[in-house]
Design a protein around this ligand. Structure first.
Ligand code: HEM
Length: 565
């Protein structure tokens, strides 16, 4: 019998059984191959029920045929997915987590859109333990023993989004192939070795002096976070493109911070369901956000390549102007590197610094001790930007560490995935099946009282002094042992604000250098305080911190008065 004859002989029940069988088959295909292209989605989601509608139409009216075929096919597909994800056969079945997250990532998209995902996941860990299923194929971990193993896994699928922002190039940060990642990381490593860092001091100092002068000219209250943002954007433009931004002088007239923050927010929300990226790119508003970011990077990179190397900035290394590689990188890679530097370097450091001043100014004792240390190392006439003391100033570094512990700028750490076909991965006490997306949730880990006590939820820089193995003498008095010491815990292995492993933050040294220089300069030059409580309650700042992949901050209102020397 011909195919046409066979199809013609089917009755309505046969067709519906076929729709059920196809729905089950489509689930198996989705599970096994995870197709993320639009044609594949079309072929698996729309084509089969359309065909079954056509076959049914010879038995019932067209409308009923469409409703019955689509209804049967889609409900079978959905039911099969839901039952499997909740079933004991699912590879992650042994891990606890709320049922709605085991079924779908859609609720997490909603939660991400509230800006409170960091608190939500922390609450999940408090309820369910150190390994929680936060999606059908996703595991959040709050156990430092898992870090060494997780850190060597390839990047997870959320990074596919970074392709959007980087002219369809995988950027270093989104490169899923470990070998290609290692190749692309080489110039970045050269750009951040200690000799190169030394060379950047002058660029940082120039921008910091401009910042301090700009703040002094404001005569009174400023949004300190915003001004630090201006500094970090101008500085990273210098580093990545040899200039091109003058925010300290002109303010954010080009809305560059909005471009960055919008880009980060869409990355965060869409990144919950990476295959949606293909569709999101077609949404005009989102496409516009990404396009703005890309053209900004392209414009600056074109200018910088044309100008050649004026100084040994970051671009000098990334564009192989130091001649270390036999060939120069393609232009697209250069643009993606420059844009990555802006995204990864400007936002992160300015958030950390803004948070630092919030915590320091909230506690008069901490502020007084920091100021005393800065004055001791840099008495009047000494240059606070002289870096030779910075790394060994105990209280300064304790304050920086504590800021990054309490509010890690990237609360999720960094998403990784156990490669399919790898046989899975053992990470500390866990076996993570292949195909699983996983991450160590830094916000939860950093506040875990088993690793940081006492006061895991408070700003308590002394924990870093008590536990310091530094041989440099501590000018701050070691706190007298109290009853709280019975619960003392300090586990450096549970502290990873710059992530970990071969793809950790390559800019860590630069970030710390910038932070130390900026804090020493502002503390030496200004008296700082919050406005009167009747005008502004500073707690609004901490309450307003939100998780949009990086932490985003509300205004930080500070009255700045030049210090009398
Ligand atoms: C306080 C400031 C900063 C924090 C907390 C921070 C944190 C992070 C984190 C958590 C990652 C993800 C690493 C991973 O995927 O495992 C990262 C990656 C990265 N960061 Fe930073 N960062 C900071 C400043 C900077 C600066 C100043 C730069 C300079 C350009 C920079 C450049 C990068 C780059 C290029 C990557 C990708 C590294 C790779 O994939 O190999 N970061 N950072």
């Amino acid at each position: 019998m011909s195919v046409q004859g066979l199809l013609g002989s089917l009755n309505a029940n046969d067709v519906l059984v076929g729709a059920v069988a196809s729905g089950l088959l489509a689930h198996q295909i989705f599970k096994r191959y995870e197709p993320d292209s639009i044609p594949a989605h079309f072929a698996l989601v729309l084509l089969p029920p359309a065909l079954f509608s056509y076959l049914l139409a010879s038995h019932v009216s067209s409308l009923r045929a469409i409703l019955a075929a689509f209804g049967t096919y889609w409900s079978t597909l959905l039911l099969s997915i839901v039952v499997y994800r909740l079933s004991p056969w699912h590879p992650l079945a042994r891990y606890p987590g709320p049922a709605y997250l085991r079924v779908s990532k859609l609720p997490m998209t909603y939660i991400a859109g509230t800006g409170k995902q960091h608190k939500f996941i922390k609450a999940l860990h408090e309820k369910y333990g150190d390994a929680v299923r936060t999606g059908p194929n996703e595991l959040s971990i709050r156990n430092p023993e898992a870090i060494p193993s997780v850190s060597t896994l390839p990047k997870g699928p959320r990074w596919i989004n970074s392709k959007m922002a980087f002219s369809d190039q995988n950027s270093l940060i989104g490169e899923p192939d470990p070998h290609e990642h290692a190749r692309r990381r080489k110039p970045w490593n050269r750009a951040f070795n200690s000799a190169a860092l030394k060379g950047y001091e002058e660029i940082i100092a120039r921008r910091l002096h401009a910042l301090a002068d700009g703040l002094a000219a404001q005569k009174g209250e400023v949004d300190l976070g915003k001004w630090i943002g201006y500094f970090s954007y101008d500085f990273m433009s210098d580093m990545a493109f040899g200039g091109g931004s003058e925010m300290i002088k002109n303010g954010d007239s080009g809305s560059n911070w909005h471009i960055l923050e919008d880009g980060m927010a869409s990355f965060h929300v869409i990144g919950q369901i990476p295959w949606i990226v293909r569709y999101a790119r077609r949404v005009p508003r989102l496409a516009h956000i990404i396009q703005r970011m890309v053209s900004q990077g392209v414009g600056l990179a074109v200018q910088r390549v044309k100008n050649g190397s004026l100084s040994r900035d970051l671009f000098y290394y990334l564009n192989n102007e130091d001649g270390s590689e036999p060939t120069n990188p393609p232009f697209g890679e250069t643009v993606s590197n420059g844009t990555l530097a802006m995204v990864a370097g400007a936002d992160t450091t300015s958030i950390a610094l803004s948070n630092l001043f919030y915590f320091v100014l909230s506690d008069p004792d901490v502020y007084a001790r920091l100021r005393a240390e800065v004055d001791r190392y840099f008495p009047p006439g000494e240059d606070p930007l002289e870096t030779k003391h910075h790394a060994t100033m105990p209280f300064l570094n304790a304050v920086i560490n504590e800021t990054l512990r309490l509010v890690p700028v990237v609360p999720d750490g960094s998403q990784r995935r156990v490669a399919k076909g790898s046989g899975g991965r053992v990470a500390g006490p866990y076996y993570i099946p292949e195909g699983t997306i996983t991450y160590v949730h830094l916000y939860s880990l950093h506040r875990d009282p088993r690793h940081f006590s006492p006061h895991p939820e408070s700003f308590y820089p002394d924990r870093w002094l008590r536990s310091s193995s530094s041989s440099s003498p501590s000018p701050s008095p070691t706190p007298t042992p109290t009853a709280a010491d019975a619960t003392h815990a300090h586990n450096p292995a549970a502290y990873a604000p710059f992530s970990f492993g071969p793809a950790n933050c390559v800019g860590r040294g630069l970030a710390l250098q910038e932070m130390r220089m900026l804090v020493c300069l502002l503390v030496q030059r200004f008296d700082m305080r919050f406005p009167d409580r009747s005008v502004w309650d500073p707690r609004a700042y901490e309450e307003g911190l939100e998780d949009w992949f990086t932490i985003q901050k509300p205004p930080l209102r500070v009255v700045m008065t030049p210090r009398r020397t």
